[in-house]
Design a protein around this ligand. Structure first.
Ligand code: GAR
Length: 200
């Protein structure tokens, strides 16, 4: 079975969806490591509760991004990690890192990319007044939120939609879409043709 690392900086609802799906045998992968750059990330608690190895790596202890990433890389090698899933990891991944895990790192983003990149995509979409938004799962490249798209799912924004209700609906959509993408990823069924991802 392939070994998966999940990187999460925060609440970890996507991580929980992955843990639940793996437990139920819906996705056949071993979650070998949960990693966070934030000491108070609830995702670390979720990993602990599920009996998954977890690691907090404090960026402040490293001189620069590359030494931070090299340290993480050593941890990943130790756990024989095959694939990396970013689930609300709010730190830019360096080119060094991306090259080591070429086409093996995926991310989920709460908008229909290339619209509303960045850290507050749900709020930005709502403020802009778009009538529909959604979720994107993509390969991670050196361009922020700009890698090849694997899956997208859309939803309509209601006239009286609040940030809270839109966030809840986006997260629900994320949990489903990410599992589908992870399943295809670990089965080696995502094939890149230029910028296009073909699902086998
Ligand atoms: C998710 O909505 C994810 O799409 C977003 O962070 C949230 C994490 O939620 N990621 C980004 O905005 C990346 N640019 P979670 O911690 O509950 O899984």
């Amino acid at each position: 079975m392939k070994n998966l690392a999940v990187f999460s900086s925060g609440f970890g609802s996507n991580l929980q969806a992955i843990i639940n799906a793996v437990k139920k045998g819906k996705v056949k992968v071993n979650i070998a490591l949960v990693l966070s750059d934030k000491v108070d990330a609830y995702s670390l608690v979720r990993a602990k509760k599920a009996g998954i190895k977890f690691l907090y790596v404090d960026p402040a202890l490293f001189l620069d991004r590359i030494s931070y990433d090299k340290f993480i890389m050593r941890c990943l090698r130790k756990e024989k990690i095959d694939y990396i899933v970013l689930a609300g990891f709010m730190r830019i991944i360096s080119d060094y890192f991306i090259k080591q895990y070429k086409n093996k790192i995926i991310n989920i983003h709460p908008s229909l990319l290339p619209s509303f990149k960045g850290k507050q995509a749900i709020l930005d979409a709502l403020d802009y007044g778009v009538k529909c938004t959604g979720v994107t799962v993509h390969f991670v490249t050196s361009t922020l939120d700009g890698g090849p798209v694997i899956f997208q799912a859309a939803l309509n924004i209601k006239d009286d939609e609040s940030l809270e209700s839109l966030s809840i609906r986006i997260h629900r959509l994320e949990h489903k879409l990410y599992l589908k993408a992870i399943d295809k990823l670990v089965k080696g069924k995502l094939v890149l043709r230029g910028r296009k991802v073909v699902v086998k």
